[in-house]
Design a protein around this ligand. Structure first.
Ligand SMILES: [Zn+2]
Length: 567
């Protein structure tokens, strides 16, 4: 053991065995949009997962809907890794598209320069939201060969035809068309809003390749210069990175039809054995219970939100509902998320302070030949409950709704009570210290899997949260400290009308004062108006209004707004 390799190997074997046990105990179930059933997750290759998620069309800053999809699939990515899977995660960038070209022509910019700029902005947003970098982030402009190869294969199978430099997919050649969305070819009215292209054999046929028009970027192809249609890129890039058979394909619910339906048709036409085991779709973000969309002008970009709120509360807000339920944008919920995370990080910061003073006494029981002090029965209960509740919910189709309540809350309460006990303890209480250490570790594990552990020190993240609260309150800290001084003076003079008035005014702005002895400290809190709103029935539970068209297109899955999902 002199080289130290053996214990490391033994530890990794022990970790693997623990993960295997966890995987069996908390069998992951995923709601498959294809079958509309919750199914036990079984990867095609044991221990490995291939996952493809449709990314953004990069022509503008990304909005809350994009953030939701990215965060939800990031949670899945992290959880699969936590369960011990080796995951290949692919998320694409659409950098060649009508919208990009239109926007670039308006500003006189090169379309690829414009889309590259917004790809970079998206990466900044993803980093802020603590989404892990996917294994691959392919762009259309880098995969023209794969796209053209696939179109050639589809033409060779007689499932596509060429007209004047355009290539169309012939939906009638694919009898399973509509299997994912429940749409029938004969019901498809491609020409309802736009004039039907008379060159199409069937109105439902869609473009695989578009012949170049003046002023558009184009690439050479066997059918003449042009560019790919939107759907083909995901078929070509998923096959390139994950083969035709892989485990999970995800995206927002609005991609089910026509995008994912068309992807299935293309992939199966190019390779009969094409198969995705699980199709997963996240719900819309709504505003006043209407779908957030650019056309309605009722959307918020990620940047607009992170101007006022720290990105971690935004991430928490997005996770705090089941990914298939609609999520209504709510300032109350963002305020609540900010306040919750402040409490969580403050508790962890206090734990860290106290535990650092007992450093020599704490033992890490996960290490070999280390025997820590016995932890209390209460701490054991806390850890067991938190571990079981968290894994049970996560394995139940990633049920992250209210994930940081229940046993998680109890664990924080335990930590705060233990901190109090340790402060007043007359003698060193090893068992309590060890209990605090182990409960804190479980809490941090949960936050890590959810991507909510801060990337900096607790002191730093707490200050950042305070800075955002000050910004929302339109206050500067120096002024606030002066007001606190003024209040301390009033307190000394027993002018309680004034002290109360200052406190009330600040609370209305989301600043809470706490008197500790003669000193007063401040922390962010829910502004008074939202405290009142929080008493109202939960707006989140109201069903969103879906247009007739959406009702027709979207299958049952994911449309429920009830916290109790139908399967
Ligand atoms: Zn896609």
């Amino acid at each position: 053991m002199a080289d130290g390799k053996e214990p490391k190997q033994k530890k990794s074997q022990a970790t693997m065995a623990k993960k295997e046990k966890e995987k069996e105990e908390f069998q992951l179930q995923i709601c498959n949009s294809m079958t509309q059933q919750k199914e036990v997750f079984t990867p095609k290759v044991p221990g490995k997962v291939g996952m493809y998620v449709c990314g953004v069309t990069a022509y503008d800053f990304s909005h809350l809907g994009h953030a939701r999809a990215a965060v939800n699939f990031d949670v899945l990515y992290r959880y699969l890794q936590h369960l011990g899977y080796e995951v290949t995660y692919v998320r694409n960038f659409t950098d060649v598209d009508d919208k990009i070209i239109r926007r670039a022509n308006e500003s006189g910019e090169n379309p690829l320069t414009l889309s590259n700029r917004f790809c970079q902005e998206y990466i900044v947003d993803m980093n802020d939201l603590q989404c892990l970098v996917p294994t691959h982030q392919p762009r259309v402009s880098d995969h023209m060969e794969q796209i053209k190869d696939m179109i050639t294969q589809i033409i060779n199978k007689d499932c596509a035809y060429v007209v004047d430099g355009d290539v169309f997919f012939a939906v009638e050649m694919f009898p399973n068309y509509g299997k994912l969305s429940g749409q029938k070819v004969e019901n498809h009215r491609a020409g309802e809003r736009v004039a039907i292209d008379s060159r199409k054999r069937n109105p439902a046929d869609f473009a695989l390749w578009k012949a170049a028009k003046p002023g558009e970027p184009s690439w050479d192809s066997p059918w003449g210069p042009g560019r790919p249609g939107w759907h083909i890129e995901c078929s070509a890039m998923s096959a390139h990175y994950l083969s035709f058979k892989f485990d999970i394909h995800g995206g927002g619910i609005d991609l089910i039809f026509p995008h994912h339906e068309n992807e299935i048709a293309q992939s199966c036409a190019a390779c009969q054995e094409s198969n995705v085991s699980y199709w997963m779709h996240n719900g819309h973000v709504t505003n006043n219970n209407e779908k957030m969309s650019k056309s309605l002008g009722n959307f918020f970009t990620i940047r607009q939100i992170t101007e006022r709120y720290h990105p971690l509360p935004l991430r928490y807000f997005l996770i705090n509902a089941h990914y298939r339920s609609p999520l209504n944008y709510s300032v109350l919920r963002l305020e609540h998320a900010s306040s919750e995370l402040f409490y969580i990080y403050q508790t962890l910061s206090d734990c860290e302070d106290v535990l650092s003073s007992f450093q020599g006494s704490i033992k890490d029981g996960t290490k070999q030949n280390v025997k820590p002090a016995r932890i209390t029965a209460e701490a054991q209960g806390c850890i067991r409950e938190l571990h079981n509740e968290f894994h049970t919910k996560m394995s139940d189709d990633l049920n992250t709704s209210h994930i940081l309540t229940g046993a998680f809350r109890e664990a924080l309460k335990f930590a705060n009570n233990t901190l109090k006990k340790l402060k007043t303890a007359k003698q060193q209480q090893l068992s309590l210290v060890q209990s605090l250490f182990e409960v804190e570790r479980e809490v941090k594990e949960v936050l890590k899997i959810l991507g909510l552990l801060p990337p900096c020190t607790y002191a730093e993240v707490l200050q950042q949260l305070k800075d955002k609260a000050l910004k929302r309150a339109e206050l500067v800290e120096v002024h606030l400290l002066n007001v606190i001084k003024e209040r301390a003076e009033a307190r000394k003079n027993k002018d309680f009308t004034k002290t109360d008035q200052i406190r009330t005014e600040l609370e209305a702005k989301g600043i809470a004062l706490m008197d500790i002895g003669t000193e007063t400290i401040w922390r962010p809190c829910l502004p008074t108006q939202y405290k009142q709103e929080a008493q109202q029935p939960d707006e989140q539970e109201q069903a969103p209004r879906l247009s007739k068209e959406e009702q027709k297109v979207l299958p049952k899955v994911g449309l429920t707004s009830s916290p109790e999902l139908p399967f």
